[in-house]
Structures are given as C-alpha cells and as structure tokens.
Design a protein around this ligand. Structure first.
Ligand code: ACO
Length: 349
C-alpha cells in the first residue's frame, strides 16, 4: 500500500501587519502584556473587503499546486479546514473549487478549529492510502479579524488571533523513508463551551444554560440571531484562557508521544515538531516537558498570532522554505483546540 507524501506546500499571509501597539487604539492592553502571556508581537489582518478566508486559501493552494508540479485541474479532492468560513453555508471548499476552476470533484469542509488541519490531513491520508484519490488539496485558512470583539471586553481573545492560509497537495508515494506514518485524532466534548462561539446556532439554550449559565437567556439562543445577542456581545468567541492552557499542555505531549510510540520512535529521532501556534508559552512548556532542543521545535506565532486551522501549514511551509525540513526528515505535526479536539501526524518528508 502506498503512503501519502506532501508533494507541494504553500502559504499566504495578508500584507497588513497589525502590531500589539496597534491594538491599543481599540482596547486597554499593552505590548508587554501580550508578549509576556502569548509571545505574540504582531499578526496579519486580511483586507477587510478585498480578502476572504477562501481567497486567502486560493493563494496558498495556488503555490502548493504549482510546487507539486500539477495544475488545479489535476486535483481530485478538496478538504478545507476553517472556523471562519465565508458563509455559514455552503463551506469554503466549493468556493475554492469555483475560484480555481477545478473539475466537479468532491469538496469537504472540516470544522475542527485549531486541530482542523491535522484532522483534514488525516482524512486525505486515508483516501490516498486506499487508492481512492491521487492529488488531494488540503487547505487551512482563517479570517479571524472580521469576527473579533475589539473592545476591552474581548481583549483576552482578540489579541491572540491572526489571519492567513496554508495548503498542501498530498500524493501517493512508494519511496522508502517518505510519507505519513500515522495520524492520531482525539476529542473530549465535556469542555466544549470553554472555547466556543455559541451564536448564531440552533442550540436553543440546551447546552449553554447548563454549561455557561449566567447570560440573559433571550440574548443567547432562543432565536437564531437577535438584537440582544448584538447588545450583549454574544456573537463573538468565548474563551476560558487558563482552562484551555491547562488542558493544552496535558494533551500536546500525550498526542506527540502517542505518534512516536506507535512507530517505535523517540524524541531523539524527531527533526522538527510543528505545534499548532496557540500560544508561545504552551509550545515552550511542551518543548520543556518533552526535553526537545530549540532547533527541534518551530514557532512563528510571534509574527502571525494564532491562525487556527492555518497555523500548522503556515509554520511547516515557512520552516521548509528556510531549509529546516529536508527529504527523509522526521516531522511531527501536533494540534490542540476548541472542542476540545487534539491530533498529531508523524511523517517523513
Ligand atoms: N491585555 C491586558 N490585560 C488583559 C488582556 C489583554 N489583552 N486579556 C486579559 N487581560 C487581563 C484579564 O482581564 C485579567 O485581569 P484581572 O486579573 O484584573 O481580572 C488578567 O489579565 C489575567 O487574565 P487571565 O485570563 O487569567 O490571564 P492569563 O495569564 O491566563 O493569560 C491567556 C490569558 C493569554 C488567554 C492565557 O490564558 C492563554 O494563552 N490561554 C490559552 C488559550 C489559548 O492559547 N487560546 C488560543 C486559542 S485556542 C488554541 O488554539 C488552543
């Protein structure tokens, strides 16, 4: 049976750099606070009207497809991961299919937030291994800046996120020492509301009352969308930061070790760990816990913030462009995020 290899990779970040000092125009925060707690110095924001999650995905995909030495018409399946889609429905996959003038191929949207890219890669890997498809495009893209609360009320969330996109083309390989060795997917919905955007939605307060409690019911879910939701800022993401941090530092090492053990490998074999860029402090904690050297972990959250489904392909692509990833190198991708969901993929480049 063939394995799947990354045949082409690309990323795109918008030109507009938004620094921590720029944040101060909108909310009570500081460069010191943001850097100390998250490591972030700046992030990119999409052009408000000129760019969307899909258009950024198209830019990253165009590079990945070109580097794979194929054309958009050769792609036979699309998997698009995002939590900030252009439309509530249909998903970004079909919008990308249309924009890139691809054939009438399948387009699947994945909604696994920060783990979205690794989940998407895992699905693509199964389709390649079974011989179902030969060229799968996997995209992670986010336009967070359009949907954040830029007042002081939302500062614990808004300072973290940035916009951007990454993409890979997966193809079969039979070359020894190359390809995805295994992927590992997990979830625990008991903490779903800890990092979530409840509205608009169809929950009708079923879960929110029990799990979150204190909001005005009318404002939350008795209607799909209401004036009260706007007035009470209930159309923005909610996050219990310390709770996310605690769970992330437990699950990251667990899922990385799972991937290594499954393949009879150790951290000594690892050339590079690409953790989802949630928070530099989380990545540093994981590095320390796993006794990894600085050169074994790649971080770029300092420049881009947390780009959720896009963060892993952006970081992987940047590391590859810098020459840090070479043929045969053992790479681990690992993610943790809202759901909670967490995941890893171990591959030889
Ligand atoms: N600027 C200034 N002060 C702020 C800001 C801000 N942007 N945000 C929050 N504060 C204040 C709070 O109001 C609070 O003030 P108080 O003590 O007067 O009440 C104080 O800072 C401490 O707040 P905490 O939330 O306890 O701060 P913490 O040290 O936990 O840092 C953070 C917050 C950065 C969100 C942290 O909890 C974290 O990174 N958690 C992980 C969450 C994460 O990574 N999320 C990313 C998305 S999910 C994912 O990708 C895994």
């Amino acid at each position: 049976m063939p394995l799947s290899k990354i045949a082409g990779i690309g990323f795109y970040v918008p030109a507009n750099v938004f620094t921590n000092d720029d944040m101060k125009q909108y909310m009570d925060t500081s460069d010191e606070w943001i850097q100390e707690r998250t490591g972030i110095k700046e992030r990119r924001y999409a052009d408000r009207l000129g760019e969307t999650t899909t258009t950024m995905g198209v830019k990253a995909a165009t590079i990945a497809i070109e580097r794979a030495g194929i054309t958009p018409q050769d792609i036979d399946f699309i998997i698009f991961a995002t939590l900030s889609p252009d439309y509530y429905f249909p998903g970004c996959g079909v919008l990308l299919q249309r924009a890139m003038k691809m054939k009438e191929i399948g387009a699947l949207d994945v909604r696994n937030q920060c783990s979205g890219f690794v989940y998407a890669l895992s699905v693509a890997d199964q389709f390649i291994k079974t011989g179902m498809y030969k060229n799968i495009l996997v995209v992670g893209s986010e336009k967070h800046s359009f949907g954040l609360d830029f007042s002081t009320r939302g500062r614990n969330v808004s300072v973290i996120f940035g916009d951007g996109a990454g993409a890979v083309v997966l193809q079969p390989t039979t070359k020894s020492g190359q390809g995805i060795l295994s992927t590992h997917l997990h979830s625990d919905g008991s903490s779903a509301e800890i990092l979530a955007m409840y509205n608009p939605g169809t929950h009708a307060n079923h879960w929110v009352n029990e799990k979150v409690g204190s909001f005005d019911e009318a404002a939350i879910g008795q209607q799909f969308i209401s004036h009260a939701m706007i007035d009470e800022a209930q159309l923005f993401p909610n996050m219990d930061g310390p709770a996310v941090f605690k769970k992330a530092i437990e699950k990251f090492p667990e899922v990385i070790n799972e991937a290594l053990q499954k393949n009879g490998l150790t951290t000594n074999d690892l050339k590079l760990l690409i953790p989802h860029q949630a928070n530099l402090r989380i990545a540093q904690f994981v590095q320390h816990r796993m006794k990894l050297r600085d050169d074994q972990v790649y971080n770029n959250i300092q420049q881009y913030g947390n780009t959720t489904a896009a963060s892993i392909p952006i970081a992987l692509c940047e590391a590859w462009e810098k020459g840090l990833v070479k043929e045969g190198d053992l790479i681990c991708l690992a993610a943790f995020g809202s759901g909670f969901t967490w995941a890893s993929a171990l591959l030889h480049w």
